[in-house]
Design a binder for this molecule. Structure first.
Ligand code: MG
Length: 280
């Protein structure tokens, strides 16, 4: 298989990602998909989508779960609302994640992804212990569907993430590495983090950002690929070093401005093509 096939985040219903036709126009061979809402997670929708993927020559690599009620408005709101961490919704969301795994199976996909949320730093904390337990249950379900579970990075440091993966203790638990999130959340230097979690990286996002002047308290700023603090060439060199040669999935979520989104993704693809050629 080609080293580092390019990719974009796409959506099936009115979600964040680009539409399949846009991915096709941009000449992108792979996508990750935002899981559609429950009403669309049917065998009929899956079959139709698979047919479209096939006709466009696009390969689906990861299905990402997201949940009703999540908000990334600011860091405290994200902490309160995202992933499997909030107590009130934990059980229902773990169940939904298993349903998303089943839908991903219908799409012949061998990886699901999610933001697990802000895992507490204290491993003896009740929330930590229960999040480990439900993550094990999600992993076991995904394992029966022959899938890995890729945790989106950013909300915790590399060390906290490694301890969490170790405590969950499931072979199919891995990482979807997002270097910009490390900056946006102020969770640590992305490339150092990438080297630390390298053995667990199963998929990646290509996204860029600038640091906040109060890292960890207020958001950094997401910017077009190549204009932020990640350093895309160094990022790809580090991916090479850890032995990751899978898809490079561009994530640029400005659905309110599809024309700008398409133009920026086009430039991001060109940048990645240049760097790939240089490192080949
Ligand atoms: Mg991401």
């Amino acid at each position: 298989m080609e080293k580092w096939p390019l990719g974009v985040f796409a959506s099936l219903d009115a979600g964040f990602g680009v539409h399949l036709e846009v991915a096709h126009e941009l000449g992108v061979p792979t996508i990750q998909l935002h899981a559609p809402k429950r009403a669309s997670r049917t065998p009929e929708v899956a079959k139709k989508f698979l047919d479209r993927l096939e006709s466009l020559g696009i390969r689906l690599t990861v299905v990402f779960g997201g949940f009703e009620g999540e908000s990334y408005a600011d860091i405290p709101t994200t902490r309160r609302t995202v992933g499997l961490v909030p107590c009130e919704t934990r059980a229902a969301r773990a169940t939904e994640m298993k349903e998303i795994s089943d839908f991903a199976r219908l799409l012949n996909v061998d990886a699901i992804g999610l933001h697990v949320g802000f895992v507490p730093h204290d491993p003896t904390h009740e929330t930590y212990i229960d999040v480990v337990r439900v993550t094990q249950a999600v992993c076991d379900h995904a394992s029966r569907n022959r899938q890995s579970v890729n945790l989106e990075t950013g909300q915790e440091s590399a060390d906290t993430l490694l301890r969490f993966i170790d405590d969950v203790g499931r072979d199919n638990l891995g990482v979807n590495f997002d270097p910009a999130n490390m900056i946006l959340y102020g969770s640590g230097e992305p490339l150092l983090a990438l080297e630390k979690v390298g053995a667990f990286v199963r998929s990646v996002h290509c996204k860029d950002a600038l640091w906040s002047n109060q890292p960890g308290e207020t958001w950094g700023t997401e910017v077009p690929l190549g204009e932020g603090a990640v350093g895309m060439e160094a990022y790809l060199r580090t991916l090479d070093k850890i032995g990751y040669h899978g898809p490079l999935t561009i994530e640029r979520e400005i659905p309110q401005d599809p024309a700008r989104q398409k133009a920026e993704i086009g430039r991001a693809l060109n940048l990645l093509r240049e760097i790939k050629a240089e490192l080949a």
